[in-house]
Design a protein around this ligand. Structure first.
Ligand code: AMP
Ligand code: MG
Length: 282
């Protein structure tokens, strides 16, 4: 059995007085041990996760008891958002999962409020949805690169909290994760993207522009996370230099979100005995 538990993952929650500089991106809070043990901790929740997803789907068909899970992933370039989606979501049936990546807004999207394009992807009951970047870009890159006026950014923190509270009222369990990497780790990752022909497509010259503003980004993250970490939609700051650790943590956070529905298999809407009899006679 794995030593890492949901409780360890929940300990990474962002609370009052949170300071990003107190989190070492190379650390692995709650976990000690080598690769093998990490693999075990990663695989540990799989059977339960599979069952919970099937139950979430089964219950979505009922009007009185439905919910969905929304995982929001944020982090600097090369922080491993794609890897989390690739590795962690492997455990789920692809039929029940939606992934949405939010890049630079189109002209049409820019003509609307920043939440407009996000609302089009509100999770449907029974589904597990992951956002690869999100409405948080509108208070991160927008703040750092001054893409919006300060008072508009100020308004957005509150608008985000309202929006997420609304989702939670509609039974969406929201898990927000910042994959927190070090600047040095990013340098290595970007170097690899430049060295390998099969990784060039991932490289974006703008990554360097953002990298030059590293400290400003960290400040923007800290502010965004402290101002929007609520009971309905808590933030977790997950150290990301050890990718396998970060992926393992995200799995445990999803496990907690799914468990919190306290689900059971839905009651059949037919008489089981009667149907057995009918089948035997058919
Ligand atoms: P990637 O996820 O690496 O493909 O890059 C997407 C890029 O789109 C990143 O540089 C983001 O900062 C940028 N981006 C995402 N959402 C927004 C937004 N709302 N406004 C401006 N830039 C954004
Ligand atoms: Mg990129």
């Amino acid at each position: 059995m794995s030593d890492f538990t949901v409780k360890d993952a929940l300990a990474l929650r962002v609370g009052e007085g949170f300071r990003l500089r107190d989190v070492d991106p190379a650390s692995t809070p709650g976990f000690t041990g080598g690769e093998k043990k990490l693999d075990r901790a990663f695989d540990g929740p799989d059977d339960e996760l599979k069952d919970l997803q099937r139950m979430l789907h089964a219950n979505a068909l009922r009007e009185d008891h439905t919910g969905a899970v929304l995982l929001i992933l944020q982090g600097m370039d090369t922080s491993g958002k794609g890897g989390v989606i690739r590795k962690v979501f492997k455990v789920f049936s692809p039929q029940g999962v939606d992934t949405v990546a939010f890049g630079r807004p189109t002209e049409q999207e820019q003509a609307h409020d920043f939440l407009w394009r996000i609302r089009q992807h509100e999770p449907e009951p029974g589904r597990i949805v992951v956002f690869d970047r999100s409405h948080y870009e509108d208070v991160l890159v927008h703040r750092v690169q001054q893409l919006s006026p300060a008072d508009e950014i100020e308004r957005r923190y509150g608008a985000i909290v309202d929006f997420e509270n609304g989702l939670a009222e509609r039974h969406v369990r929201i898990v927000k994760v910042m994959l927190h990497i070090s600047k040095e780790f990013q340098r290595e990752n970007l170097a690899e993207r430049l060295e390998r022909r099969d990784k060039h497509w991932k490289y974006d010259p703008d990554d360097i522009t953002q990298r030059l503003l590293w400290d400003e980004y960290m400040e923007a993250f800290e502010i965004a996370m402290t101002r929007t970490s609520t009971d309905a939609a808590p933030w977790y700051c997950v150290p990301g230099d050890n990718k396998d650790y970060a992926r393992m943590v995200v799995k445990h956070l999803l496990l907690d979100a799914l468990r919190s529905f306290d689900m059971d298999w839905p009651e059949p809407h037919f008489d089981v005995e009667e149907e057995r009899r009918r089948l035997a006679e058919s």
